[in-house]
Design a binder for this molecule. Structure first.
Ligand SMILES: Cc1ncc(COP(=O)(O)O)c(C=O)c1O
Length: 411
């Protein structure tokens, strides 16, 4: 199979941010795992939408409202196609992955969990897929169990047998890709195990959907969440996919306009899917822009994006590995996406990031919303470089040069 390739240098022309020069150079933006830059195609489409197709959705019978609704619902269909969901009734627009995961934990968890049940997460979870489950487990009296990781940051699936003895496993919630280590997790296997236990499988795809093909049917999961802003789209919107039969049974998460069928003084009934879960005026133009962003990355090709990031991560890990006193966390390049977390002996990650910023290199330092993982790794924070379709090798050269300067400064 020949993999389609992308030309990152050429794609950078779509991103105005790379035209802005400091000391003759654009930013070496190595923080795409946090949020991605936005191409003109998305920004222009949103401006056009706001100028010529904007009104509130679903309620109006006039032309503008019909256009706005068509744009909004068209974006839902794009999300559906992007993750190969069976129906767009199963696609709910949320504010992002965090809200999507809270929606499941509250709406499904509060109704279905109780004493004797077990909620299983992993030591690698982002707080967005950790804290809601911990909270709902406490509230309902369910146990909160975690799958531990090995020293490479990979899940130790042999712990599953023991976890199954603790009670009725009802939820398994796991990220497809770790935002801190880039680890690609065996979600399909976990989904099979979850279903053998009679549990639901919840997939946090915030770090996977921008970088790899997602097929909810092939994954065999029950829910999947991701955010627009990590896929070149606007912030403030994201998507939750859920199996129809589960969504039908669940109570709404937010209450108000749009999500009702009828309201009387003594009772209210709920709208049909997906509107039952979309209370209030949604992020209309943002959802539209999300759809355009999915078109943008799909046109470049997810295989090409994955291959490009793989080349970058191999180069980055090789070169970082040559710096004395630098320790890389996580699995080998073959089993991770374009994310590298590391520590430089004797220098706090915030100082590393600060000095790199002076060189025009943008990286993230901190716990990356994965404090339990930091505890497991025995560090308070790491420095993280993350790549996307517009990252070029020169960005990595600049990261390495910058790190050598950090070492000099702290020598
Ligand atoms: C793995 C993972 N899950 C969930 C989230 C939360 O996404 P958002 O902040 O867009 O809701 C993030 C964001 O960094 C993430 O990396």
């Amino acid at each position: 199979m020949t993999t389609q390739r992308l030309d990152a240098q050429k794609l950078r022309a779509d991103f105005a941010v790379f035209e802005e020069l400091t000391n003759g150079r654009p930013v070496a933006y190595l923080d795409s795992a946090s949020s991605t830059q936005k191409p003109r195609q998305v920004l222009d489409a949103m401006r056009e939408f706001y100028e010529h197709s904007y009104a509130n959705v679903h309620r109006g019978v006039y032309t503008l409202a019909e256009r706005a609704t068509a744009g909004y619902e068209g974006a839902r269909e794009k999300v559906r196609a992007y993750i190969n969901a069976p129906s767009n009734r199963e696609v709910i627009f949320t504010r992002g992955a965090t809200e999507a995961l809270n929606l499941i934990a509250y709406s499904w968890g509060l109704e279905n969990l109780g004493p004797g049940d077990v909620v299983v997460i992993t030591e690698l979870e982002h707080h967005a897929n950790f804290v809601p489950w911990q909270f709902i487990a406490k509230k309902t009296g369910a146990q909160f169990a975690h799958i531990p990781i090995d020293d490479y940051g990979e899940l130790q699936l042999d712990a599953l047998d023991e976890i199954a003895t603790r009670g009725n496993v009802k939820v398994v919630a796991n990220n497809l890709v770790s935002n801190t280590l880039g680890t690609i997790n065996p979600v399909e296997k976990l989904a099979v195990w979850a279903h053998e236990q009679g549990a639901i499988m919840v997939v946090d795809a915030a770090q996977a959907a921008p970088h790899r093909h997602i097929d909810v049917q092939a994954l065999g999961c029950d829910f999947l969440a991701f955010s627009s802003h990590k896929v070149c789209g606007p912030s403030g919107v994201g998507a939750l996919w859920g199996r129809r039969e589960l969504l039908e049974e669940m109570q709404p998460f937010n209450l108000g306009g749009e999500m009702i069928r009828s309201v009387a003084l003594d009772r209210t009934s709920w709208n049909e899917l997906p509107y039952k879960f979309e209370a209030g005026t949604p992020a209309i133009a943002e959802a539209y822009g999300f759809g355009v962003a999915l078109d943008y990355v799909s046109e470049i090709g997810l295989d090409a994006i994955e291959a490009h990031e793989h080349e970058l991560v191999v180069t980055a890990m090789d070169r970082l590995g040559e710096i004395p006193g630098l320790r890389i966390f996580g699995p080998p390049a073959e089993r991770r996406t374009g994310i590298v977390s590391f520590e430089l002996e004797g220098v706090h990650p915030h100082d590393v990031a600060q000095i790199l910023n002076w060189e025009g290199v943008a990286v993230r330092a901190g716990h990356h919303c994965t404090q339990p993982l930091m505890t497991r790794l025995g560090v308070a924070a790491t420095t993280r470089a993350s790549f996307y379709l517009y990252t070029i090798e020169e960005d990595i050269d600049r990261l390495i040069d910058g790190l050598l300067k950090v070492k000099e400064t702290f020598a």
